[in-house]
Design a protein around this ligand. Structure first.
Ligand code: FES
Ligand SMILES: [Fe+2]
Length: 425
């Protein structure tokens, strides 16, 4: 990748090519449970913009630019309550749509009628507040991601901050071959994989064949590993514009998983991790495991969205016993992924990379993003405008070695109708 392309991919702010592309999509901004009714406003950093979220006394959610439209005081210190958020400095009050309701330090309402607070539309669904930050006349409907379409008791969502560029985090999901290296020592210890034949297939085949099929909103990609003499093991996931991923399903008929790699700015990502089940409520045991910060979810420092295992403690956490080498102390899947993707660091340029066949999916996704950002500059709207293009779910299957049309074999199972959900191997 040229330095110029790398720069293109990196920028998230308003007016940048990639920043404008990102602003063409509905994205999760924060968790619903961060906002108490009539309670404290919450700072949100999104696409290099400082925002303030709040929930009025009536339960309406607002997401403002941080600075008051009068003279720029931070709305984080605003007085939240009935009907909207009032700036503490001179008392100007705005509703969730940014309409100015009061300018009490002015003798008449002429300013009030004219002024608007920067406000982004919010939709709350299944545990997260989603927003759209692009031009209103280009606003698509919310995507039909399966975790948005099922009942609320079928979904669990967590949020954490990651100290690296959003693509560096996301590319871990698009890189099936790292499993047998980064997670080699952990696969047998994770509840989802332990005891399944596929755990051995994952560890033993170091060079799975990677394939990808172009879909309207992104890619469906697969890693084909050797299973037994007559069959291959296919793990299939999706990437959907601009940063939604699904994780190839764990063995069994349990919950599925996906990520939204939301850029906070050019150097940090807010990572939303979704677990959902297509046909039933999540069980108490499953929820307890998700809340405890294992598997796909990171344990957090209480009161923050910072993972407990972070750069400050070499990603090993305060209780990890000493070991001869740093990597030996990082025992959980998610901590391993966070460690290694953050370790790339902000200074490392993509132009210094040496990409191989294992990076094929990553290359396709980067090219798609850059192509879409350039096309948007030329006035062409990006893919992923039609919500139905997001109706895809992951699966892991065993198919006869003679099967070549793998995508056709699983076409029904990856379509997000409840009746087509089937167990993975
Ligand atoms: S700066 Fe907000 S009311 Fe004056
Ligand atoms: Fe990983």
């Amino acid at each position: 990748m040229s330095p110029d392309e790398s720069q293109h991919l990196s920028e998230t702010g308003p007016g940048t090519a990639m920043g404008e592309l990102l602003r063409r999509f509905w994205v999760p901004a924060l968790l619903s449970n961060e906002l108490a009714v009539g309670g404290a406003p919450v700072r949100v950093r999104l696409f290099s913009e400082n925002l303030v979220a709040f929930r009025t006394s009536e339960g309406m959610v607002g997401l403002f630019g941080e600075n008051c439209a009068h003279r720029g005081a931070s709305m984080y210190y605003g007085q939240n309550g009935k009907g909207g958020l009032r700036c503490w400095y001179h008392g100007w009050k705005y509703d969730v749509d940014g309409n100015c309701l009061e300018t009490p330090n002015e003798p008449n309402d002429s300013l009030q009628k004219r002024v608007r607070q920067k406000a982004y539309p919010c939709v709350e669904k299944n545990g997260a507040v989603w927003t759209y930050m692009g031009p209103r006349d280009s606003m698509p409907p919310m995507p039909d991601l399966e975790w948005l379409k099922v009942e609320e008791n079928q979904v669990f969502v967590s949020k954490r901050m990651q100290q690296c560029h959003w693509t560096q985090g996301m590319e871990g999901d698009l890189d099936p071959r790292h499993l047998a290296f980064l997670h080699a020592g952990t696969i047998d210890d994770t509840a989802e994989h332990a005891g399944h034949a596929s755990a051995d297939w994952l560890k033993q085949d170091l060079t799975p064949i990677l394939e990808a099929v172009v879909k309207p909103a992104g890619l469906m990609f697969a890693a084909r590993r050797n299973a037994d003499a007559n069959s291959y093991f296919w793990r299939v996931g999706q990437w959907m514009m601009p940063f939604f991923t699904t994780i190839p399903a764990f063995p069994g008929a349990g919950p599925l998983a996906g990520h939204a790699w939301v850029p906070a700015d050019d150097g940090r990502a807010t990572v939303f991790t979704f677990n959902w089940h297509p046909t039933r409520a999540l069980s108490a045991d499953e929820l307890a495991m998700m809340r405890s910060g294992t598997a796909m979810h990171a344990a957090l420092i209480p009161g923050t969205f910072t993972p407990l295992c972070n750069k400050g403690n070499d990603y090993a956490g305060p209780d990890a016993p000493p070991a001869p080498q740093p990597w030996m102390r990082i025992k959980r899947f998610q901590d391993q992924d966070i460690c290694i993707t953050e370790s790339i660091g902000p200074e490392f340029s993509r132009s210094e990379e040496n990409l191989g066949s294992s990076d094929a999916v990553i290359g396709r996704v980067r090219a798609t993003l850059i192509g879409a950002a350039r096309a948007l500059r030329e006035g062409r709207e990006p893919p992923g405008r039609d919500p139905s293009e997001y109706r895809m779910r992951p699966i892991s299957v065993q198919l006869p070695r003679s099967t070549t049309a793998w995508a056709d074999e699983i076409a029904d199972a990856v379509d997000t109708r409840p009746e087509t959900f089937r167990a993975s191997v």
